[in-house]
Design a protein around this ligand. Sequence first.
Ligand code: SF4
Length: 432
Amino acid sequence: MKRIFRFPLKQNIGAKAAPTVVEGDKIVRGQLIASVGESELGANLFSSVSGSVTGIDENEIRVQADEVQPAEYRKLSGSDPLELIREAGIVGLGGAGFPAYYKLKAPFKTDGIVIVNAAECEPILGHNIAAIEKNPQKLIRGLQIVMDIVHSSKGVVAIKEVHSQAVEKLRETLDDDRIRIALLPDMYPMGEERAVIREVTGTLLGVDTLPLDADAIVVNTETACRIEEAVDSKKPLIEKDMTVAGKLRGNTDLIRIFENVPIGMSVRDVFDMAGGLADEYGEIIMGGPFTGKRVQLDDPVIKTTGGLIAAECFMKGPEKLGLLVCACGAGRERLEEIAKSMGSEAAGVEYCKQAHRVKNSLKCENPGKCPGQVQKVMALKKAGAQALLISNCTDCTNTVMSCAPKLGLPVYHCTDGALRAVNHKLIRKIHT
Ligand code: SF4
């Protein structure tokens, strides 16, 4: 059966790409199908399959894939490393989707540090660590390319100590005096960009500052690896590594890692690659349990897709739930969506006092260092909450758990459905 691949024109922060193909065109794997101007904040888009363009509208390009797909791809035409990163359409693949070219095009004024964020912070997700274990050299080479582009003499791979095998592989492979490994504690949200900078450099950036203010550039693990592919193999960004998990048929292998899933493939087809969905499941989450969003089976894999999780069926909630929102976890809208699926109404909404609104998103003042949540819990109780639904980091969840049960408030966490589906320990009190 010929499958349809869907390529949304906006998969990144910045401008939407403009189609460079028309309906009816025969295209090949790796062909440019939508582009942005060189000076525009945005990212080019390439087809991950050979086939025919069957539809174009203001939001996406649809391609009917040929039944037999080639292993080769159309190579990029540039030769300069930074230009190849721009041409390849590489964006931040940890979920942010910021065009990599724009992050790297202004080199440090003096010397700065380039940090690879290998925290793999979200529970369940494991594709970045798997990639390091399989080919640490690729990551290191990607880091070296970035260091050369921005004229940096200091590189760091920031990785949780708990990933001991990946740390060992990196240590065995590293033969560049300019690069060191920094070990991170195993807590959420250690992968938040400012948390990584804080742990590596000792500088806590303000919520409205950029890494460059600490003379730092942070790139995600897969981003560094795809940069290596663009520069050394002239490969455009057409594939994504990801973790597929949860309510899968067979119920034995609940967490699967897939390399090089073609961008544009439907969520349904990805689950089929993993053996198919179980008969019963709750929501389908794209991303990790904390920050992922609900998607439909016909939705496509995009550049920022790092996980697909079929969550456990929803638990029945009480009539009124109090929502406590974290800057680094599920936002208000997502908590409201989960509450509705539990059959509950929101009795009130409170925000962690370290969560500050910056432009259109929330930023945490000091990620993962709890300011105490007792006041917020009491406010929700006063608003009529019979239980809480929270999205807090591990440290803050501890303080919620230290007071909510005493007030007779059961606690649900935004990650519960995903974690239950893979028999993972729930995010609750972690210190005894
Ligand atoms: S301190 Fe608050 S806003 Fe920051 S990560 Fe923890 S719960 Fe989220």
